[in-house]
Design a protein around this ligand. Structure first.
Ligand SMILES: [Zn+2]
Length: 426
């Protein structure tokens, strides 16, 4: 076998914790899982003393290229922030700057144990190539943001066709499409998406009911809620992934459940932009698949999924006044097994034989993680991205102790400082 994690504690989102285990990796998958060492020697043995192995985390809602916009504006509500502060700066980004900013974001994600992202932004084919070069997985698309005069010259259309031509059927990159949101697109966009879906069963992603005024705008324009309008216009036909879903009513939840829509819950971004708190426990009560996303770092301001899991569980306790309403295991599943379901990844998201070797190894040897009486409790409530020491995707290491074996970290950081920041903020 290629790798053997020796004498390591593991935490699986379904089976829970096991101590002092041996986990073997061969090819792209997990081939050995036992409290005994395998007979077969490994090309590399990784010492698991004071280490914890978990499935790599999946970030189901990102705009990874927004790294250069970190800290642009911290104190505005969603629409004021987006249209008043973010888009004017974004308009200064060239494709080259977007690509370097995205590569910078990917370094952060990989170092935090993230093994997959679901991203919508401009320059999607370039992002897909960067994700591929790093060795990560990505569901990548540039979804239309257009409220009038939509044409096939729109860059989202051009880039979607490029993504499909280059990556359809790829094992690491899933081209995705969708709509930015109901109120930032028009019926001509929805027509195009439906026609595209008839050609390729491309997974759809979209923002939905993020701020209260998004729902009010949609009601004024179309006489119904975003969930109802999306369903009526055929955009829920292929089990899409919607981000936010903060302002939903009981009928919306029924619509989402019957269409088997997955939710990308983004608690930190929703709090920061004062959008509200998604009723996650109601989603779960309706049998809706819930995952977690960070959103872009301009509204988070990090890509730390450990923090996202902690906020997700705390907010539902706060909302309900009931500490039992959501537990650590459920939110761990949000970022692993549920995320894999949302992203269409089979045999992924668990530490089990036959599953893909998408793994993150954490360092437990620091005062803030002692005692290790309950590994799951520590994972959700005490761990953060900087505790990750190694990230592996499909049996290949993409990050280890500050280094990235597949990309030139120094070059990306240098380009970011020299070629992005001076042009963006001069
Ligand atoms: Zn977003």
């Amino acid at each position: 076998m290629e790798y053997l994690f020796e004498n390591i504690d593991i935490l699986d989102p379904v089976d829970g914790e096991k101590r002092n285990m041996y986990v073997g990796v061969e090819g792209t998958g997990i081939c050995w899982l036992s409290d005994k060492a395998p007979q077969e020697p490994a090309k590399r043995v990784i010492n698991g003393k004071n280490r914890l192995l978990i499935p790599g985390l999946k970030n189901t809602h990102t705009h990874i290229a927004m790294t250069a916009l970190r800290g642009v504006c911290d104190d505005q509500n969603l629409n004021e922030w987006l249209f008043g502060s973010i888009i004017p700066v974004e308009d200064r980004m060239t494709p080259e700057m977007i690509m370097i900013s995205a590569q910078m974001g990917l370094l952060e994600a990989a170092a935090g144990g993230t093994t997959a992202i679901c991203d919508m932004y401009a320059c999607a084919p370039q992002l897909a190539r960067s994700v591929r070069a790093l060795g990560m997985r990505g569901n990548i698309g540039n979804v239309p943001l257009c409220t009038q005069n939509f044409s096939l010259d729109d860059c989202s259309v051009v880039e979607t066709e490029q993504l499909l031509a280059e990556f359809w059927g790829d094992t690491f990159i899933t081209p995705v499409c969708g709509v930015h949101s109901v109120h930032t697109t028009c019926p001509e966009v929805w027509d195009w998406v439906r026609k595209l879906e008839a050609r390729y069963p491309v997974p759809l992603i979209m923002h939905m009911s993020e701020a209260r005024e998004d729902v009010e705008t949609c009601r004024k324009q179309y006489g119904d809620t975003p969930a109802a309008v999306l369903e009526a216009n055929g955009l829920f036909a292929n089990q899409p992934l919607v981000a936010h879903g903060v302002w939903v009513d009981a009928r919306d939840l029924e619509i989402l459940a019957r269409n088997r829509v997955s939710l990308a819950h983004c608690p930190v971004s929703n709090l920061k932009l004062a959008s509200g708190i998604a009723p996650v426990t109601e989603y779960l009560a309706h049998g809706i698949n819930v995952s977690v996303g960070t959103d872009g770092v301009a509204s988070n301001n990090s890509l730390d999924l450990f923090e996202e899991m902690k906020y997700a569980v705390l907010l539902q306790k706060y909302r309900s006044g009931n500490a039992q309403v959501l537990d650590s295991q459920q939110v761990f599943q949000f970022a692993t097994t549920n995320a894999c379901q949302a992203l269409g990844y089979k045999n992924c998201g668990r530490i089990a034989i036959g599953y893909d070797a998408d793994l993150a190894m954490l360092d437990l040897d620091r005062p803030g993680l002692i005692p290790q009486r309950n590994l799951l409790s520590n994972l959700i409530y005490c761990t953060n991205a900087s505790d990750v020491r190694l990230t592996m995707v499909r049996g290949r290491i993409i990050y280890e102790n500050g280094d990235y074996p597949n990309v030139d970290k120094e070059k990306i950081i240098r380009q970011f400082h020299d070629d992005v920041m001076p042009l963006l903020y001069s």
